[in-house]
Design a protein around this ligand. Structure first.
Ligand code: NAD
Length: 469
């Protein structure tokens, strides 16, 4: 950011206001609305990801020790896929959609026109700093909006690289990045936006929503929660275990919003499951996982302490069935399995967001639904491993979550035909694929009438005869 007034050190309400005014002027001038502009920005973003892959991988290594493969797949390839999909489909998404009309408006025709909202704010989180910043922007650009991005200060190398790359590749008269923490975000939140897209925790989401309410600004809130995994017996245990591991420790060492938070299984099956975890975890991360290059570190000392406290609670520390090793200097925590954790322990009350995996034991698997519902808040995701069709049906009918997956974990995130978002405490609104375009569009209802067939029914005088018709 070359402009001093946009420097994060001096970024205040006035500079935020000036920035929004300039972006609004570009929007009002129609710059972002043209199809060509949208295409040019999406191509530029695609080039940015392709040409900057080594820098992105390096920033993610600095911020999180994120393994290169995880960076390449979950931050870079997924984003490139989003850009390519938008470039391929945008022409169809933009087209007005014909709507049916009824007798009430006869004779008429109708259409639904997708209109850009205006100037939008994207506030993103630290755990997938590139994907969570740029993926919403793909939708906002495709829909024809001007954008301010506020990346997370907790991933500083990524935030700084995002600011540099966006300024270098994208149109600075319509798209800006503001780096910073609470003061800068607060200055931004005082402005009038046409949409705020926030990814992060529920506490800050309430601050965002309160600020948005002052201007009647709509919000998308992508939050988290305790995403459960129910494991039935009679399954391919090896495959199930590997898929749970991939969703938990293979996603930023558990620091992902849809990572499995805890497992529920029957008392009979729990020991078998733990043995399978031990065997597969050792194959993946070796005998000393703290030295594995394939596990991210914990983001910072605060989160390291938070996770340590969860593990040190008396009710929990005695339940370690595997792992438990920590390296405070390097902020590493090994994959840790906790067997038979009491439901009233701290670890079962808050989102874990780290490499600890409690296993809850029930007599019958059907009791799992009560366990999930007793956690209070609706999770962002819920998973079930089973071959039992009746259980699958009950799972879909009885578990309310942002998204469900049967016989895998986290992969629904990569399915662009499905909306991605939470419900209740795990968020509101959704995105991905066309849903991202819709999240940043107003669906304008347009009804066309001619001059024929003008019934006198609705015009005064309102006679009794008209009432009877
Ligand atoms: P974070 O600390 O990076 O905060 C998110 C954003 O909020 C940052 O940009 C930060 O600057 C801003 N912020 C922080 N305090 C603020 C304040 N007082 N006022 C205004 N803005 C403020 O990330 P986090 O919240 O620790 O992220 C982890 C949470 O996010 C977890 O709950 C996780 O499940 C959730 N999450 C959800 C998704 C999703 O797609 N649904 C993705 C990733 C993370």
């Amino acid at each position: 950011m070359g402009n001093k007034s946009e420097d994060k050190a001096v970024f205040d309400t006035d500079s935020a206001n000036q920035m929004v005014n300039k972006l609004r002027a570009s929007f009002v001038a129609g710059k972002t609305k043209s199809y060509e502009w949208r295409v040019s920005q999406l191509i530029a973003m695609l080039n940015m990801m392709e040409e900057s892959e080594p820098q992105i991988v390096s920033a993610l290594r600095d911020d999180l020790s994120k393994p290169e493969l995880e960076s390449s797949i979950y931050e870079i390839a997924m984003l490139k896929n989003s850009c390519k999909l938008a470039l391929k489909e945008m022409k169809h998404w933009i087209k007005p959609e014909n709507a049916k009309t009824s007798l009430t408006t006869f004779p008429s025709s109708a259409e639904i026109v997708s209109e850009p909202l205006g100037v939008v704010l994207v506030i993103s989180a630290w755990n997938y700093p590139f994907l969570l910043s740029l993926d919403p922007m793909v939708g906002a650009i495709a829909a024809g909006n001007a954008i301010v991005l506020k990346p997370s200060e907790l991933a500083p190398a990524s935030s700084s690289l995002l600011a540099k790359l966006v300024a270098r590749y994208l149109d600075g008269s319509c798209i800006k990045v503001v780096e910073g923490a609470v003061p800068q975000t607060s200055a931004l939140l005082e402005q009038k936006w046409d949409k705020i897209f926030y990814t992060g925790n529920g506490r800050v989401a309430r601050i965002v929503m309160a600020a948005a309410a002052k201007h009647l600004t709509p919000v998308v809130l992508e939050l988290g929660g305790k995403s459960p995994v129910i494991v039935d017996s009679g399954i391919d245990l090896k495959v199930a275990t590997r898929r749970i591991i991939a969703g938990k420790w293979g996603c930023n060492n558990g620091q992902a919003c849809i990572s499995p938070d805890y497992v529920i299984t029957t008392k009979d099956y729990a020991v078998k499951l733990v043995d399978s975890f031990k065997c597969e975890l050792e194959q993946f991360y070796g005998k000393n996982p703290l030295e594995s290059k394939d596990l991210s570190r914990i983001v910072n000392p605060n989160h390291f302490d938070r996770l340590s406290k969860l593990l040190e609670e008396d009710k929990v520390s005695s339940k370690i069935a595997h792992g438990g090793q920590k390296d405070e200097t390097n902020l590493k925590i090994a994959p840790t399995i906790l067997l038979d954790v009491p439901i009233n322990s701290l670890i079962m009350k808050e989102e874990i967001f780290g490499p600890l995996l409690p296993i809850i034991m029930v007599d019958k698997l059907e009791e799992s639904f009560d366990v999930i519902n007793s956690c209070g808040a609706k999770p962002l995701a819920a998973y079930l491993f089973t071959n039992n069709n009746k259980l699958k049906e009950e799972f879909v009918a009885e578990v309310s979550a942002g998204g469900l997956v049967v016989n895998d974990t986290t992969v629904h995130l990569a399915e662009h035909n499905l909306p991605f978002g939470g419900v209740g405490e795990s968020g509101m609104g959704s995105y991905h694929g066309k849903f991202s375009f819709d999240a940043f569009s107003h669906k304008k209802a347009v009804l066309y009438k001619g001059f024929s067939g003008d019934s006198s029914l609705r015009y005064p005088p309102y006679t009794r005869g008209k009432l009877r018709l």
